[in-house]
Each structure stands twice: as structure tokens, then as C-alpha cells.
Design a protein around this ligand. Structure first.
Ligand SMILES: *[C@@H]1O[C@H](CO)[C@@H](O)[C@H](O)[C@H]1NC(C)=O
Ligand SMILES: *[C@@H]1O[C@H](CO)[C@@H](O)[C@H](O)[C@H]1NC(C)=O
Ligand SMILES: *[C@@H]1O[C@H](CO)[C@@H](O)[C@H](O)[C@H]1NC(C)=O
Ligand SMILES: *[C@@H]1O[C@H](CO)[C@@H](O)[C@H](O)[C@H]1NC(C)=O
Ligand SMILES: *[C@@H]1O[C@H](CO)[C@@H](O)[C@H](O)[C@H]1NC(C)=O
Ligand SMILES: *[C@@H]1O[C@H](CO)[C@@H](O)[C@H](O)[C@H]1NC(C)=O
Ligand SMILES: *[C@@H]1O[C@H](CO)[C@@H](O)[C@H](O)[C@H]1NC(C)=O
Ligand SMILES: *[C@@H]1O[C@H](CO)[C@@H](O)[C@H](O)[C@H]1NC(C)=O
Ligand SMILES: *[C@@H]1O[C@H](CO)[C@@H](O)[C@H](O)[C@H]1NC(C)=O
Length: 829
């Protein structure tokens, strides 16, 4: 999702990329890897494998220019994501890497890569070395604009910030160093004051979330222990709701006795009031900026370093305190930091790459993208204020529309246990709210963007792990019921959950001109296409469950995408490109939306973002892009578009004329679609050109929002030489950017390795190279296709050997079953 569009990337940019085939210099990569004599599973004995994967994670990718990535500290799927907030526009994840922006605080909760309004970013801490001319308590400028300060800037012009999985640090221009690390529901901060600081002071800010939306603040402080408890109501970021959150902050000297604060008080905006201990003592109607301020005695003549332990809860401040006490009883910053890094390394180490002949930037791009697939959704188990349950509770699904395409399929390869917990949490939400979550943040339902895209997520889990469902505590029955609710029951408001399903069932598409009271009449064409894929995913679950009538029914409904195909619309000025997905009235007559609508060449420069007034039918994608969207039946799309040759020229047109939109998910599968026209070499080249042009390890290395890891998982797949089709057993196959990549799956207890024989590096600009798949062997036996592999290879822990060639004209293989499956040609049976 990308409400704030960053327009970049004309096709001509492909031509600007400089040429240089293969980096001969792999020495840097070798330095950070080790030569293994016996790696896990089947990787080859000589593979240079990654031992400390966390050291390959660059957290600053996409932290400026609209990537909205979160560079702070968290554990995998942690609820607490503690990080720096800056006064930058677009500070959706708090931070901006551009040093012209001031730091405004260090807050406990963030999301990764979202659009909408700024989410979370609440309960900020801040430190002062001195205040005002007289350095009195009352002179401290405690409000956001009063206290903010720039960071120190390094000689290369970057801010003096550092980050690694589980740890963030910065040096502020005030001379204060701030370090952050966290557990699931608590954070620990360390504020190191410059030598000679006589009055180290700490600010706790209860009310300033990213939107400054607080109401009903509560705050109490203990003058003896300096404990602060409190909370407030805040606005959700992409939906109509509000939520409550609570915190509990304790201070401790790092290696010395901090003692009771020498001064204390609550503050309103820039006015601290000494000796006050609760918000009710203040005249709160004057401002909504409220918090606590303490002065502590310095640590003798030694460095003063103050630890702040911050618990967070969505239930109560008592629970916030309990979370902090349980998870960080010892205030041991280094222990927490190292435990977090260990968790990350265990997780990231499950995917191993051979770094030989690979540009170190590609290794970092891979692990950094992979890392970001484990930020969202966040594990809020125990923190659901809406109902009590013993099931896991996950939140920050922001949104399933973004992540269903690639994120969960990547997770399936190496982390089915977390996948199962997320699925259980989603089913539990359906059981209490009636429908699966679609978009959700901070316990509030957010606006849907297309279909009920929890369906393909649950289906992805079930199709791949149904044999392990019991052991992973996923009830097949409850899962299927949850899917049927989305498919059959119209919700009170389909802007927030479920689908406009009544009319879908009667007409087989979402018409442009039917106004029902319970949801917004917009994005009808893209909703039709999403509903079709959702139903396809349900058909695959029905089949696994042996419900063949349901399987047929939903497979049939999944072909409804063709109901919005108007063969008579041609592309302006290109009569040869005929047939587009188009809006349609209830009486069957088509309306017309220019195929260029919402593209960079749209004559009226529309955006297709979420907007109730938007009746043209499309969401975050041009008609020419959505006309490629029926991932379960590309064969049918090829037929509708006039056959393979025309299909290939249309794909080329999309790229060459700049209609491919790397910033939004509906374009994501387009580079791989050549596979279905028996031209896998073109997919390999396009996908590599997309990486070369749009994704890199610089702070602006993302073309748009990371979208809760959707972009990260997309890049990880492309670098692995795979592209998933959720809810099926197929992965489209290309060549990895590594001579070898292996996936260790702890639930299946297998390691699957893809080995690229003849690999000698990656073309820098993605063009050409010895990277095309000529033939495939699985466990030594020739495999039927160069274009896809089956999930079986992962369940059995196979060695998949690719033979590479520089011939881009390779096909999928000679046999009838060499093309990747499509529904209308009998696939998936
Ligand atoms: C990409 O690099 C190759 C190999 O150096 C070169 O032949 C080709 O012209 C380059 N292509 C583009 C579009 O820059
Ligand atoms: C940073 O803060 C200073 C002091 O308040 C202010 O003058 C400056 O404009 C701020 N920078 C930005 C980018 O807002
Ligand atoms: C900040 O300063 C400290 C001490 O001077 C130094 O060790 C550290 O590398 C600096 N940078 C960051 C990001 O912490
Ligand atoms: C701090 O240093 C001063 C000057 O060197 C000395 O007089 C004083 O005793 C020291 N204080 C402590 C607590 O060590
Ligand atoms: C959950 O259980 C606790 C303890 O019994 C109770 O105080 C709370 O109100 C319950 N919450 C909900 C939302 O039912
Ligand atoms: C397309 O044009 C043909 C020929 O004019 C016409 O018969 C057909 O009904 C049109 N189809 C649609 C969907 O408008
Ligand atoms: C028909 O399409 C036009 C152009 O997108 C749009 O302005 C109009 O609102 C549509 N009509 C209806 C009834 O949806
Ligand atoms: C990195 O990626 C961004 C976003 O796509 C792009 O704007 C930028 O030019 C790229 N930088 C390099 C050095 O390729
Ligand atoms: C996992 O596989 C290894 C090697 O095949 C085997 O030794 C081990 O017992 C298996 N563990 C489980 C839990 O099945």
C-alpha cells in the first residue's frame, strides 16, 4: 500500500544502468563468511556459508524517501519496536536517515513500511544535559518542538546512527548517546551523558504519538522510585477506530546506584511543574502534551549512564509494569541485546547462501530484505483488549492485501511454526469478529484495500502444512469455517472486513453502479480480481479437505475475473493491444476507464489511492496492470490477450513504456509472467532488471513503502530465483543470485538446496549473463520443467540442481507438463 506515491523509474532508466558483468572481487563477502566442511543438510561441502547473518542486515535501507522502514530494535515479530522518532514528513516508522531532521524522542511501538497516517510512535523518552540559561527544572522545554535536537553528523554527511538486529544507537548534538534494545513487550534504553553533566534529566512523554492524537491521558509518577505509569487513547492510522495503550517506565543507574530523583514533576507542553505527581493536578485543557520530568544526581565524577526500562501494554499500566518486570527483571542491557541478536541469527541462519562470486551488496540486500519479513505482523499475545483467549493474538496486519502475495510463502520455507501461530491468531479474530482480519493496526480494524486477503494466507498455510496442522495446533475445521465466512457472509461494513459478497454471488463481479449501505462503492474492478483469487485459494483448501463440490464451486467462482474483461477496449494509439479489465454496470454493460489510468502516463494523473469518491474501479494499479492479474489462471489471460506472442509483446510494452509499477503490489508478479508463455529467460532477465533498477542497500534503496515486509519478501524471492503462487504447491523457478541457496525448515525437519551449476556471478544491470535455467535435476533425476518446482522438493529436503546457460531463449521444457499450471488448462489437480 502506498498512499504517498513516490514517482520514479521510467523504463529508460534500464538503459542508464552501467554495464559490468560479474564481480570478480568477492573478498569482502568471503571475509564475513566461513568455509564449511559440513554445512546443514545438503549444501555442498565447499560452500561459503553465513554464520552471523545479522551482520549482513542493513537496517537503514528505505529509511528515507518514502520507504518508511523501521531501523530500530525489535525481536522477530516483537510487539515492542523501539526506535528514534524524527520531525520528518513521512515518519511512519518514526525515523528518517536524513540528518537535517531532528530527533524528537525514542518511542516504543512502530510499524514497518506503512502508509496511511503515522501509526503508533508513542511513549517517547528524552534526555537533557541542562535546561535554559539558568539550568533550572522549570526551564526545560519538554514539548516535542521545544526539546528536539539534531543528531551528530559524520564526516560523510550521514547522521551518527548505528543499527543492527536488536540494537539501535545514536549520538545527539547535545552530546548524549542513546542506545536501545528490546524484548517482546518491553524496551531498555541507555542514555549516556557527556562528561561533566551535573543535572542529567529524563523526560517521559505520555501523549505524543505519531499523529499527536491523544485524548484522556493518565499519568502518575512515584517521587521516590521515579516510576512513571500512564496511558492515553490514540487514533488508528488507516481506519476509523481509536485504541488505548499504557506504559510503565523505571530508571536505574548503569553500574551505580541512581538514587531517588533530586527533582520531579509532571509537565504540560513546555511547562514542568515541580512536585506534581499526577496528571489530575495539572490544568490539562491547556495542551494535549503531557509527561513527567526528573532530575537525577550525576554518577560522581564518572560517566553518568541511565537505563530506562519501558513496559508497554494495550490492557493496563499494571500489565505494562508486569511485562517489563517479567521480560527485563535485571535491567541488563547487554544481555537483552545479545538475546535479541541470537534470536535473529537463529532465524536468518535458516536460509544459507554461498557468497562465492557474489557482490557483497547482494548478500546484504538478501538478508536485509529477509529480515524485514519478520517485523510484521507483531505478536501481541496477551495484549488483546477486545476479548480473552488462550490463542495467540497477532496485530499490525498492515495490510494482508500487501503481504499475501509473497511474505507468507517465504515464511513457509523456513518458519512454519510462526506462520501457524499467525494463522491461529487470524482464525481467533474471525471467531470473535465474524471475518478474518484484512488490515489491522493497534487492535483496530483498518480499511481493506481489495479482497479478503486473509484467505490466501490461510490457504497458503493449509495447502503446504495440512499434514502438520494438528501438531501446530491449527484446527482444519476452524480454518475452513473462517474461509467460508469471508466467501459467503456479507459483513456489516466491507470497508473493514470481509467482502461485498452478496452481489459477487449473484453477478460474478462487483458492478460500478450498485450502492449498498454497508461499504464504499469503489475499486470494483480490483475487488473483483481479488475476490476471484481469494475464491481460488479456498478451492485449494476444499480440495485438500476432500470437499470436492466446494472445490469445484470456488474454482468456478475464481474464473469470474473474466467477467470484467472487455475485449473491445484497445490501448490508446496501440490498436494491437486489445482487451482490458474494465468497470461494468449491473446490467452487463461496460463503463470505460482509460488503460493508462493511475499510471505515470495517465493524462489526468489520478492516483487510485483509497478514496471514497474514486469510482473508476481500480486501486493502486492501472487497468493495464490489473489486466495481468489472475495469477491462478494465466493461461486464460494469454487466451484473452490473443495468444502467447501477443501476451509477450504486451508484457514487453508494459516494461518498455513504464507501466510496470515497482512501488505497488499489483505489479509484483508481472516480471515472472513470461514463464507462462514458455519464455522463462525473459522472466529471469526482467526480474533481475527490476532488482538492479529499483532495489539496493542505500537509505533510499526502496522504490516505495516496504508495506510491512511485502517488498522485503518480494526481493528475497527474486534473489532466491523463485516466485510463489500462494495457496498452491508451485514456485516459479528462475536462477538464484547465489551458486547455492538452502532453506532449512524446522517443522518439516528438512533442508532443501538449490544449486546453480555453471554459476559465475550476476550481471550488474540484470541484463544478459550466464543466468538462464537450461535444465533441472531434483535429487539427481531430470525434472520435467525449467519453469517451476513443486512443494514436494521442500517436504522431502531435496537437492535441486540447475544447469545455467547464457541463452535467454531457453523454454520451460519439451513435455506437456513443462509450463507452470493454470486453472483453465487443468492445473492444480
Ligand atoms: C548491461 O550489461 C551488459 C554487460 O556488460 C551490456 O552488454 C548491456 O549493454 C547492458 N545493458 C544495459 C541496458 O545497460
Ligand atoms: C530542527 O530543530 C531546530 C530547532 O528547533 C529547527 O530550527 C530546525 O528547523 C529543525 N529542523 C527541521 C528539519 O525541522
Ligand atoms: C557515538 O559515540 C560513541 C562514543 O563516543 C561511539 O562509540 C559510537 O560509535 C558513536 N556512534 C553511535 C552511533 O553510537
Ligand atoms: C570529583 O573530582 C573533584 C576534582 O577532581 C574532586 O574534588 C571530588 O572529590 C571528586 N568527587 C568524587 C565523588 O569523586
Ligand atoms: C479478560 O479477563 C480479565 C480477568 O478475568 C478481565 O478483567 C477482563 O475484563 C477480560 N477482558 C475482556 C475483554 O473480556
Ligand atoms: C465487442 O464488440 C463486438 C463487435 O462490435 C460486439 O458484438 C460485442 O458485444 C462487444 N463486446 C462487449 C463486451 O462490448
Ligand atoms: C464511468 O466511468 C467514468 C470514468 O471513470 C466515471 O467518472 C463514472 O463515475 C463512471 N460511472 C459510474 C456510474 O460508475
Ligand atoms: C537505489 O534504489 C532507489 C529506489 O529504487 C533508486 O532511486 C536509486 O537510484 C538506487 N540507487 C542506486 C545507486 O542504484
Ligand atoms: C531431523 O532429521 C535429522 C536428519 O535427517 C534426524 O537425525 C533427526 O532425528 C530429525 N529430527 C526430528 C525431530 O525428526
Amino acid at each position: 500500500m502506498l498512499p504517498l506515491r513516490v514517482v520514479i523509474g521510467l523504463a529508460t532508466a534500464f538503459a542508464q544502468v552501467t554495464a559490468a558483468l560479474v564481480d570478480a572481487d568477492a573478498s569482502a563477502a568471503l571475509a564475513s563468511s566461513v568455509t564449511a566442511s559440513a554445512a546443514v543438510g545438503t549444501p555442498s561441502a565447499s560452500a561459503n556459508f553465513i554464520r552471523d547473518a545479522a551482520s549482513h542486515v542493513n537496517l537503514f535501507i528505505g529509511t528515507t524517501n518514502g520507504g518508511h522502514t523501521f531501523p530500530g530494535a525489535t525481536i522477530p515479530h516483537g510487539m515492542v519496536k523501539v526506535g528514534m522518532d524524527t520531525d520528518s514528513p513521512g515518519n511512519h516508522a518514526g525515523y528518517d536517515a536524513n540528518p537535517i531532521f531532528n530527533a524528537t524522542g525514542f518511542s516504543q511501538l512502530h510499524d514497518d513500511g506503512t502508509g496511511g497516517a503515522v501509526p503508533l510512535s508513542l511513549f517517547k523518552l528524552w534526555a537533557f544535559t541542562s535546561c535554559g540559561v539558568g539550568n533550572t527544572f522549570e526551564e526545560c522545554q519538554t514539548s516535542i518542538s521545544g526539546r528536539k535536537a539534531l543528531r551528530k553528523v559524520l564526516p560523510d554527511g550521514s547522521p551518527d546512527d548505528a543499527a543492527e538486529p536488536g540494537y539501535f544507537s545514536t549520538n545527539l548534538s547535545t552530546g548524549i548517546r542513546v542506545e536501545l534494545t528490546s524484548t517482546r513487550r518491553a524496551a531498555i534504553h541507555r542514555y549516556t551523558f557527556p562528561a561533566g553533566t551535573k543535572t542529567p534529566r529524563m523526560v517521559v512523554d505520555i501523549t505524543n504519538d505519531g499523529q499527536m492524537s491523544s485524548t484522556d491521558p493518565e499519568m502518575d509518577l512515584d517521587p521516590d522510585t521515579a516510576r512513571v505509569t500512564g496511558g492515553a487513547h490514540f487514533e488508528a492510522s488507516f481506519g476509523p477506530g481509536r485504541y488505548r495503550a499504557f506504559t510503565c517506565v523505571d530508571f536505574k543507574g548503569d553500574g551505580y546506584e541512581l538514587g531517588a530523583p533530586t527533582e520531579f514533576g509532571a509537565w504540560l507542553a513546555d511547562f514542568p511543574v515541580k512536585q506534581t505527581v499526577t496528571v489530575t493536578q495539572l490544568y490539562t485543557s491547556f495542551t494535549d502534551q503531557i509527561g513527567a520530568l526528573f532530575t537525577f544526581a550525576p554518577n560522581g565524577n564518572s560517566t553518568t549512564s541511565i537505563l530506562a526500562r519501558v513496559g508497554v501494554s494495550f490492557i493496563s499500566s499494571e500489565q505494562a509494569c508486569a511485562n517489563a518486570e517479567d521480560e527485563i527483571p535485571d535491567f541488563d542491557f547487554e544481555r537483552v541485546r545479545s538475546a535479541s541478536r541470537t534470536q535473529w541469527n537463529e532465524l536468518l541462519g535458516r536460509v544459507q547462501v554461498d557468497t562465492t562470486n557474489v557482490d557483497p551488496e547482494i548478500v546484504d540486500l538478501f538478508y536485509s530484505s529477509f529480515y524485514r519479513t519478520h517485523l510484521s505482523p507483531a505478536d501481541y499475545t496477551g495484549e488483546n483488549p477486545l476479548w480473552n483467549s488462550t490463542e495467540p493474538y497477532y496485530d499490525s496486519f498492515y495490510c494482508n492485501w500487501d503481504t499475501y502475495r509473497t511474505l507468507y510463502s517465504f515464511m513457509a520455507l523456513h518458519d512454519p511454526a510462526t506462520f501457524a501461530r499467525i494463522v491461529r491468531g487470524m482464525i481467533n479474530i474471525q471467531q470473535h469478529e465474524g471475518w478474518l482480519p484484512e488490515c489491522r493496526g493497534a487492535t483496530a480494524k483498518h480499511y481493506i484495500q481489495g479482497g479478503s486477503n486473509g484467505d490466501p494466507i490461510l490457504a497458503e498455510f493449509f495447502v503446504k502444512f495440512h499434514e502438520h496442522a494438528k501438531e501446530l495446533s491449527v484446527s482444519a475445521d476452524a480454518l475452513y469455517k473462517a474461509l467460508l465466512a469471508d466467501a459467503e457472509l456479507q459483513p456489516p461494513n466491507w470497508d473493514l472486513q470481509g467482502r461485498q459478497v452478496n452481489i459477487w454471488k449473484t453477478l460474478g463481479y462487483i458492478p460500478s453502479d450498485v450502492w449498498e449501505r454497508s461499504g464504499t462503492n469503489s475499486k470494483q474492478v480490483s475487488r473483483t480480481l481479488e475476490y476471484a483469487f481469494d475464491d481460488f485459494s479456498i478451492s485449494q483448501v476444499a480440495k485438500v479437505l476432500g470437499k470436492s463440490a466446494d472445490g469445484k464451486k470456488y474454482a468456478q467462482r475464481s474464473e469470474n475475473f473474466a467477467n470484467v474483461w472487455n475485449p473491445n477496449v484497445t490501448f490508446p494509439g496501440e490498436t494491437d493491444i486489445a482487451g482490458f479489465m474494465q468497470p461494468r454496470f449491473a446490467n452487463g454493460v461496460f463503463n470505460f476507464t482509460d488503460p493508462r489510468h493511475c499510471s505515470i502516463h495517465d493524462p489526468i494523473q489520478a492516483t487510485c489511492f483509497l478514496n471514497a469518491q474514486n469510482h473508476d474501479g481500480f486501486y493502486e494499479g492501472a487497468p493495464i496492470v490489473y489486466s495481468q492479474y489472475a495469477p491462478h489462471d494465466t493461461a486464460k489471460l494469454i487466451a484473452l490477450q490473443g495468444g502467447k506472442e501477443k501476451f509477450v509483446s504486451r508484457l514487453n510494452f508494459i516494461f518498455n513504456q513504464g507501466y510496470f509499477d515497482s512501488t505497488d503490489e499489483p505489479s509484483q508478479q508481472i516480471p515472472f509472467m513470461y514463464h507462462y508463455a514458455n519464455r522463462p529467460g525473459l522472466s529471469t532477465q526482467r526480474s533481475r532488471q527490476v532488482i538492479a533498477e529499483f532495489y539496493n542497500t542505500s537509505i533510499n534503496g526502496l522504490p516505495g513503502n516496504d508495506d510491512s515486509g511485502a517488498m522485503g519478501s518480494y526481493v528475497a524471492f527474486y534473489l532466491a530465483g523463485l516466485y510463489p503462487l500462494p495457496a498452491t504447491r508451485q514456485f516459479l523457478l528462475s536462477s538464484p543470485y547465489f551458486r547455492e541457496i538452502s532453506f532449512q525448515n524446522p517443522v518439516l525437519n528438512t533442508t532443501t538446496t538449490i544449486r546453480a551449476n555453471g554459476f559465475h556471478g550476476n550481471p550488474k544491470n540484470g541484463t544478459g549473463g550466464h543466468v538462464f535455467v537450461q535444465s533441472v535435476k531434483i535429487d539427481g533425476k531430470p525434472w520435467k520443467s525449467n519453469c517451476f518446482i513443486d512443494w514436494d522438493a521442500f517436504t522431502s529436503g531435496s537437492l535441486i540442481e540447475l544447469q545455467l546457460t547464457d541463452n535467454i531463449n531457453v523454454g520451460c521444457g519439451a513435455g506437456l507438463d513443462a509450463l507452470p499450471p493454470s486453472l483453465s488448462t487443468g492445473g492444480y489437480d
